[in-house]
Every structure is written in C-alpha cells, then in structure tokens.
Design a protein around this ligand. Structure first.
Ligand code: SIN
Length: 337
C-alpha cells in the first residue's frame, strides 16, 4: 500500500534501507530501458538553450513496469543548474506569484522574500525555511484543487520554452506550460502522496524538473492500495508523467543529501549566466534545500479558456453556426405563426 511505503521511506529511526531505490544515475539498473530522443528540433546542435545541454546528448529512460513515466538524467549544464536555482529563489519567490508565506503576513507591501533573506534582516533565519511553494500561470488552488480563469498570471517565457523543448524531445508536440508550482523542500520536508487530476487536459504530460539535494520519489498505482516503486531524483533530473502514469499516486517521503553537486562543475561556455553575488547566496540556500519545478498543461487543445468549453471557432464553423441559428429561428417563427 502506498501509505506503508511512504511511512517506511520517511522513517527516521531506524532509517530505511535504500538499496532497492531505483537510481537512474546508475544506468546498469535492470529496471530501466534507454529511449532515443524522439525528434530533431532546431536546438539539436551543439548549442545549449536555457541551460539545457544539446538534446542529442541527453540520456532518456523509461521504466517498463510504469508505462508513460519518462526520466531524463540531468540534461542541464552546471551553469544551467546555477541559473535555475537562482531564478527559483530570487525571482519566482516574489509577486505577482502566489507564495505559501502570503497568508502569514510576514513581508511588508514592498518587501520580497529574497531581499529580506539576503540583506542581513533579522527575520532571515525564520523566513528562509518558511518558503514552501510558489505558483504561477493558472494558480493551483490548494483547497478547491480547481483552476479558474480569474486566478491566473503570466507564465515566464523561460519556463514555457524549456518545457516545450523537453516535451518535443520526448515526442509530445503542442505542450503548453499553463500552470506551474515551484516546491521548495528543506532536508526534513516531505510531500504526501497525491494524484494530479485538477487539469482539464489529462492527456498532456506533466513535466517536473528538480534541483539541489536529492529526493526519494515514490510512485504507486492508480489506487492508494496499490504497491509503490521508489526512485532517486538528483539535481537536474527531469521526470515526465505521461499516459497511464499521469494519474498515478506519487509523493516525496524523503530528501537525501546529494552525493554530487553538479552546480559546482566547471564549464567553459554556456548561454545562461548568473550574477556571482546572487549565485553565492542561492548556493548557500540550496546546500540545505531541494527545488522542484512542476509544470502542467491545463487546457485541452480545443479550449481557449477555462470559462468556455467551446471549440475554437474557425471562420467556416462560425458561418455554419450563424446559418443553423437562422434556420432554428425560422422554424420557431413558423411554429408560432
Ligand atoms: C509533485 O508531485 O508535486 C512534486 C514532486 C517532486 O517534488 O519531485
């Protein structure tokens, strides 16, 4: 049962055995199968984009016993890791994004979490671990679990772009990043088992990118009673839940200190650069934290907004519609003559 696996991996005393946790950084694992890159995009050269390594160098795996679950082993350059870690802490932790700390009224009108935590403010020690999540695009509503058209802001272009590149490389055309949750974990954080079913479009994959300390990712079946599999997620790894796996129970029972810190690796050239002072601060935050960027498509392909389920109208369909309303009105008029 999912709950029992979760309890086991969360346990502090005695700690769990981790031998059976699938580790894709060890591709010798018999439980995984390597997949080819699905399509050549304009990025499939020796260029990097938004901190991603060239697509033709990516290592992509699937787990045959969990159809639709795809795993890309850290496709980020080390400066890509530094860029995304810094963006999450510095930029995605501020308005107009929604944050869990909004309700605590801990920040003044003009203050940001980053400013208070980096400028020697005495509230920093308390505030650093308090940041738990940020949402943008369609805001995830933690109570109702419903997205609404009124509760929405712009999606940052770099999040849109990077998820499009990832989706396309896996053969998912037309992925649109429409809702994102940034989860900030501390070393003792967990994320309870859940199924992401709030999106109108459950056919589109869910793209999840992680940085910082490692995690044990637990994925069960479509029922809470089903058994679960445990996988390590390391910094830079991308997990894609598509097809049958999209509606499986999953959660994070444990954060594990990373054996490697790929954000520290040396690299000669890249397309993303981070201010060195900002990185120095972000690096100190990530030494005790994990970040997960969780991106979903909300709308179905024919849907333009959440308030309408109408298919997008073409010139032809709108003419048909005007024509049929006219016939209907004529029929009504005739009926009551
Ligand atoms: C989630 O399922 O919402 C997050 C998973 C993760 O942190 O890797």
């Amino acid at each position: 049962m999912f709950k029992d696996y979760f309890k086991y991996y969360k346990r502090r005393n005695p700690p769990p055995e981790l031998e059976s946790v699938i580790d894709l950084s060890n591709s010798a694992s018999e439980q995984v199968r390597k997949l080819p890159v699905q399509c050549a995009t304009q990025y499939e050269t020796d260029k990097t984009i938004f901190g991603l390594k060239p697509i033709n160098s990516w290592e992509i795996f699937e787990l045959p016993h969990i159809p639709g679950l795809i795993f890309i082993r850290n496709p980020f350059t080390s400066s890509g890791q530094r860029y995304w870690i810094t963006r999450c802490f510095k930029d995605y932790s501020r308005k107009p994004n929604k944050l869990n700390i909004d309700v605590h009224d801990v920040l003044g009108e003009k203050e940001t979490w980053w400013d208070v935590c980096t400028k020697g403010d005495r509230r920093a020690a308390l505030l650093i671990p308090k940041l738990r999540w940020a949402t943008f695009g369609y805001h995830h509503n933690w109570d109702t679990k419903h997205y609404t058209e009124e509760n929405k802001i712009e999606m940052p272009i770099e999040v849109e772009e990077i998820t499009k590149v990832i989706a396309k490389a896996l053969g998912f055309d037309n992925f649109n990043a429409e809702a994102a949750i940034i989860n900030f974990y501390r070393m003792n954080s967990t994320l309870a088992g859940h199924v992401d079913h709030s999106e109108d479009n459950l056919d589109a994959p869910l793209i999840s990118v992680s940085f910082g300390q490692s995690a044990i990712f637990l994925i069960g079946g479509s029922k809470y009673e089903d058994p679960a599999h445990a996988l390590f997620i390391h910094s830079g790894d991308v997990v894609v839940m598509s097809g049958e796996s999209r509606l499986r129970y999953h959660g994070i029972p444990r954060i594990v200190r990373a054996c490697k810190t790929p954000w520290d690796d040396e690299e000669l050239r890249d397309d993303v650069l981070v201010d060195s002072k900002d990185w120095c601060t972000a690096k100190s935050f990530i030494s005790d934290a994990r970040i997960n960027i969780n991106v979903r498509r909300v709308l179905r392909p024919e849907q333009m907004t959440l308030t309408t389920c109408q298919p997008r109208r073409t010139w032809f369909s709108s003419r048909i519609s005007i024509f049929s309303s006219a016939i209907f009105t004529l029929n009504l008029v005739n009926k009551f003559k």
